[in-house]
Design a protein around this ligand. Structure first.
Ligand SMILES: *Cc1c(COP(=O)(O)O)cnc(C)c1O
Length: 470
């Protein structure tokens, strides 16, 4: 399997290179040269397979020459065996034809563990093969950083540096990151916003000498390997609920268009996916683009579902590329125009092509909290604000006739990660899972820095083990 860039101006790359590089050198995003399809018999057989077995079968065509299926199976058994539910991604029924797919049984209580955990295992293997070290750096608004730390801390050859905006993540989110005691984990609390953290990370990546000195790599949500890993739970959910050819629709709380794009990939691979619903919070650029054809970022509004407080949905480029005939030169021109004008028009034909697979719904703050309350009244269980955005969209879209039949809503985070919002909505403070019972007693480890690239660079060079070496 080879990968090409959406902007058509980078050499084709193998899975290993795509895994380590993240972004393509022409600024585009890697996609497989052609979508692999899984034989119908294989998909039909998933009903009787474990999560790890399905993961190995689904990832094998993507991992090409890098990892064979038995190797992927061993990795998947190891990493998904650490989840705190035997089904890994269990389904619960919440209505006649409505289901919730629980994606928060990994160590850091959000769906990002699914991709990050297997990425950690892949990094370990590839770096050993190449006898290299890597420093991974990430800016986080809470969930990505925690998942990266937890996944990469066992990796001998990786240092992981995570920048979070001081005081702007929930205490649970911060403690999950800062109470990890490992020599290769480095938390930096920056006196600034998430955007400040991200700007520092971008500038560090642009500094060639620094990149070489620490052997810098990234794990942000445009990394193809993360998307590939996220296609797996669409297959397991479908197998658990429906006959092989039957259509099941999925509602996905969305920020960067990564998770919902993974559902599109599963559909292209032959899975019986009906429609994919893009569920956004008040930061509704994708909903506006799909309903009006006008894709234009506004200022970010802070919400109770902060992991979706994003305006530019990076992975949307992959969808546009695919539905417009995979014309890299046209995409390159279009993205240059977008960078200059901060706006993009979708033609009628493009909107029509997108509407064959996608619908959308935006949910405001009050409705989100009301949905947490209603869900509790109906089921006596708590959901987090991201999941509530999804459930609200599922109900609205079914009512409008935009979705029918079996509908699965992805539950992207555990309610205990967002205790203040859940308590505000229901009066009940959600309990942390047993593994985190002593979270508030554990010592925290982090370095505080001003909002200043030199200060951050200094901390990294002082602490990272690969600095100056191989
Ligand atoms: C990251 C995240 C999302 C959004 O996922 P995208 O792939 O960026 O669309 C939704 N919910 C939670 C809890 C997240 O951490």
């Amino acid at each position: 399997m080879h990968y090409i860039s959406t902007r058509g101006d980078a050499p084709a790359a193998a899975f290993e290179d795509v895994l380590l590089a993240g972004l393509a050198p022409d600024g585009g995003l890697y996609v497989p040269r052609a979508w692999p399809s899984l034989p119908a018999e294989a998909v039909a057989g998933f009903e009787d397979r474990t999560y790890a077995e399905v993961a190995a079968a689904v990832l094998a065509p993507f991992a090409g020459g890098a990892f064979d299926e038995p190797t992927l199976l061993a990795m998947a058994r190891d990493v998904y065996g650490r989840f705190d539910h035997p089904d890994v991604a269990p389904l619960t029924q919440v209505g006649e034809e409505d289901y919730i797919l629980e994606l928060f049984h990994g160590r850091t209580l959000a769906f990002k563990d699914f991709a990050m955990q297997i990425l950690g295992a892949m990094f370990d293997a590839v770096l050993a093969r190449r006898d290299r070290r890597l420093t991974i750096i990430a800016a986080t608004s809470g969930d990505t950083g925690a998942a990266a730390i937890e996944a990469l801390r066992p990796c001998e050859r990786v240092d992981v540096v995570v920048l979070h905006p001081e005081g702007r993540v929930t205490e649970v989110q911060r403690r999950i990151m800062t109470t990890v005691d490992a020599p290769n984990v480095h938390n930096i609390a920056v006196e600034g916003s998430f955007d400040d953290c991200q700007a520092i990370v971008k500038r560090l990546f642009a500094d060639d000498a620094f990149v070489a000195a620490v052997s810098l790599g990234g794990v942000n949500s445009i990394n193809w390997a993360r998307l590939a890993a996220q296609t797996v739970y669409y297959f397991t959910a479908h197998a658990a609920l429906a006959a092989p050819g039957e259509r099941v629709s999925f509602v996905v709380p969305t920020g960067n268009f990564g998770d919902v794009f993974a559902g599109y990939v599963a559909k292209r691979m032959g899975l019986g996916v009906g429609r994919l619903a893009v569920a956004t919070n008040a930061n509704d650029i994708l909903h506006r683009a799909m309903t009006t054809g006008h894709y234009a970022p506004a200022a970010v509004t802070p919400t109770a579902s902060p992991s979706m407080d994003i305006q530019v949905a990076s992975n949307f480029e992959r969808l546009l590329y695919d539905v417009t005939g995979r014309d890299g030169a046209a995409m390159k021109a279009r993205m240059a125009d977008f960078a200059a004008t901060r706006a993009m028009r979708l033609s009628e034909a493009e909107r029509g092509a997108i509407a064959e697979d996608f619908v959308s719904c935006a949910t405001g703050e009050e409705e989100t909290l009301a949905e947490i309350r209603t869900h509790y009244d109906e089921t006596q269980t708590l959901i987090d604000p991201h999941t509530a955005v999804g459930r609200r969209a599922a109900k609205a879209l079914r009512r409008q006739g935009a979705l029918d039949g079996k509908i699965v809503t992805l539950a992207t985070a555990h309610p205990a990660k967002f205790p203040a919002s859940v308590e505000k909505a229901t009066g009940i403070r959600p309990d942390l899972p047993p593994a985190y019972a002593d979270l508030y007693d554990r010592p925290e480890k982090m370095v505080r820095t001003p909002n200043d690239i030199e200060a951050v660079r200094g901390v990294i060079l002082e602490r990272v083990r690969g600095a100056g070496g191989a």
